[in-house]
Design a protein around this ligand. Structure first.
Ligand code: PLP
Length: 421
């Protein structure tokens, strides 16, 4: 069955390179059979996969449509022009750049467009949910910039906007970043804009996680408030692996120059075309219904995990992901992640705010519903998934019990086939 998904070229690959062909098949089987609860993953459409596997991959196209440094770009130019128009239309943005190879690459370009090494930037603290590119000491951002951090309040685990403003007034950042990797609540972009205006900072929103919910009109958009919005295209948005930047028209030239020639060479034109396809998919009524259902499912999953005796950080979720404090189980995040993995449940360990454990161990797990919702699972399945997670965490030392949970995971996913042949 798996071979047929890949189409006629696959037989040639099997003959030429059986080792890699076997990996393509077993990864497809893993995605089909296991429960995919990693909040940043999804099942992209066969149309997006077709563009990624196309001959557009062969084309060098340094520059922008109509201003390339290579000949023969007339066909790929059309794809990029269509993609830019779709992005501007979908998000109501004045400018769009589809070339960033990834979310991290988009963020490198943003630092480059608006700051100089040594400048002060204010971003969400990593232990409270920020991303590596928001100032980690092992990342270019923390090495080359003075990144100051704000966090969440201890009592309600929500962003402390008073603290954010106080820090901004004190450190006078060139740029303030909002957006995170593990923050289950909505962000008050209007308040962030007013703080940016008060201190004269660029407002940068790293919307990597939630942009798909914005595209589906399921949550408010940061685009009208922000100077610049960066994001990944492969999470809830359900496009190819890659990045994108939206900005006000005044920043268009700085952004484009920061991507090329600032920090990338040729764009990956197969990915640019795939981004255009995903943007068209996002404009449909089906996708809007999907984005809303992702949130309904995430709320139901968080509630069901609470019913299993765990605690949802900040009391639940308003997005596609929930952060779960699992200290009540007596098991840490690292062990829970490993036990769920053996039971066929993919999720990740995650620090909770004010976590007493180290980042390598953690007291929590992060779960997300973009992939299971694409599969067609709904609120009926969320308590079942929560119970499977709770049993895997509790019974993880018992191989027979883990094997039984794995069987139940496989039976559940078989009812919601991914990439049916
Ligand atoms: N920004 C945020 C908030 C993210 O969550 C991520 C990835 O998870 C990134 C940036 C980086 O994206 P990529 O892995 O595509 O470089």
């Amino acid at each position: 069955m798996s071979e047929t998904f890949f189409g006629p070229d696959f037989q040639a690959l099997q003959g030429q390179d059986p080792e890699i062909a076997a990996i393509l098949i077993s990864e497809l089987d893993r995605q089909r059979e296991n429960l995919q609860l990693i909040a940043s993953e999804n099942f992209t459409s066969p149309a997006v996969l077709a563009a990624l596997g196309s001959t557009l991959s062969n084309k060098y196209a340094e520059g922008y449509p109509g201003k390339r440094y290579y000949g023969g770009c007339e066909e790929v130019d059309k794809a990029e022009v269509i993609g830019i128009a779709r992005a501007k239309e979908l998000f109501g943005a004045e400018h769009a750049n589809l070339q960033p190879h990834s979310g991290a690459s988009a963020n490198v370009a943003i630092y480059q467009a608006f700051t100089k090494p040594g400048d002060t930037v204010l971003a969400m603290s990593l232990p409270h949910g920020g991303h590596l590119t928001h100032g980690s000491k092992v990342n270019f951002s923390g090495k080359w910039f003075n990144v100051e951090s704000y966090g969440v309040r201890q009592d309600n685990e929500l962003i402390d906007y008073d603290e954010l403003r106080d820090i901004a007034l004190r450190v006078k950042p060139k740029m303030i970043c909002s957006g995170a990797t593990a923050y289950p609540s909505l962000i008050d972009f209007k308040t962030v804009r007013s703080i940016c205006d008060e201190v004269g900072a660029i407002m940068w929103v790293d919307a990597a996680h939630f942009i798909g919910l914005v595209a589906g009109k399921a949550i408010p958009s940061p685009v009208e408030y922000a100077d610049v919005v960066s994001f990944t295209t492969h999470k809830v948005l359900r496009g190819p692996r890659g990045g994108m930047i939206l900005s006000k028209a005044a920043h268009a030239s700085a952004i484009d120059k920061a991507i090329f020639p600032g920090m990338q060479g040729g764009p990956i034109m197969s990915a640019v075309a795939a981004k255009a396809i995903a943007l068209k998919e996002c404009a449909t009524a089906q996708y809007q219904a999907y984005a809303k259902e992702v949130i309904v499912n995430a709320k139901a999953l968080a509630k069901s995990l609470e019913d299993e005796g765990m605690r949802a950080v900040s009391g639940g979720t308003e997005t596609h992901l929930a952060l779960i404090d699992i200290r009540s189980t007596g098991v840490n995040g690292k062990v829970a992640d490993e036990r769920c993995g053996r039971a066929g449940i993919s999720l990740n360990k995650n620090a909770i705010p004010y976590d007493p454990e180290s980042p390598a161990v953690t007291s929590g797990i992060r779960v997300g519903t973009p992939a299971v919702t694409t599969q067609g699972m709904g609120s009926e399945q969320m308590p079942v998934i929560a119970s499977l997670i709770a049993r895997a965490i509790k019974d993880g030392e018992d191989e027979a019990k883990i094997a039984q949970i794995r069987k139940e995971v496989n039976a559940l996913t078989a009812k919601f086939p991914v990439y049916p042949a």
